[in-house]
Design a protein around this ligand. Structure first.
Ligand SMILES: Cc1cc2nc3c(=O)[nH]c(=O)nc-3n(C[C@H](O)[C@H](O)[C@H](O)COP(=O)(O)O)c2cc1C
Length: 174
């Protein structure tokens, strides 16, 4: 029997059309609390979440992300930044090149699922110009933007079926 978490995962779909409705502050806090519970290497949480609500900054992010229209429509964009230096202080190269990136990636995944649980739509955005995003967000040395997550309410229907690999293609048993 399908459980609640499996249902949540299966129901989540990327949505690229947002309504004008703003996201309540308490929902943003709930999303951040979920992110804050995510695992991270050595519990360092070598990432930062930048909650962008300023329309001006959102438009700049949209420009730096290949002018993907839905980004400019979103009332909020969460930006996940890996703190590579913080992780490298503890774990050297592996922290810099792997753990901090994974920490930020897992954080974004938690945010996506938290949004789904709150009926808030999102789409992971990875196509952007790193340099421009760093400038917009005033990132320090060793801080690398990993993902943008435009979030918002939507009126559009979800595409109900998106092809996925069969389990035996996606996984194997030993
Ligand atoms: C690492 C990564 C980068 C992505 N970059 C973009 C992007 O720049 N623009 C976009 O519209 N969708 C982007 N997506 C969303 C994928 O296109 C989407 O997750 C995939 O097509 C599966 O659809 P679903 O999310 O509805 O299940 C990205 C997803 C991931 C995980």
């Amino acid at each position: 029997m399908i459980n609640e978490f499996e249902k949540l995962c299966i129901n989540r779909k990327s949505i690229r059309k947002f309504s004008d409705k703003l996201i309540e502050d308490n929902k943003i806090i709930q999303i951040l609390n979920s992110v804050n519970s995510a695992p991270s290497a050595g519990n360092l949480q070598a990432y930062e979440v930048i909650v962008v609500k300023s329309k001006d900054v959102i438009v700049k992010l949209y420009e730096a992300a290949l002018h993907q229209n839905f980004i400019a429509q979103a009332p909020v964009v969460l930006v996940f930044v890996a703190k590579t230096q913080e992780s490298s202080e503890q774990y050297g190269k592996r922290g810099e090149q792997l753990y901090s990136i994974q920490d930020a990636t897992i954080a974004c995944t938690y945010a996506m699922l938290a949004c789904e649980a709150l009926d808030i739509s999102s789409t992971w955005v990875g196509a952007f110009e790193d340099k421009k995003i760093k400038e917009i967000l005033d990132c320090k040395k060793g801080e690398i933007p990993i993902a943008l997550l435009p979030i918002g309410y939507t009126l559009s229907n979800k595409i109900s079926f998106i092809h996925r690999k069969d389990l035996d293609e996606m996984s194997r048993e030993l």
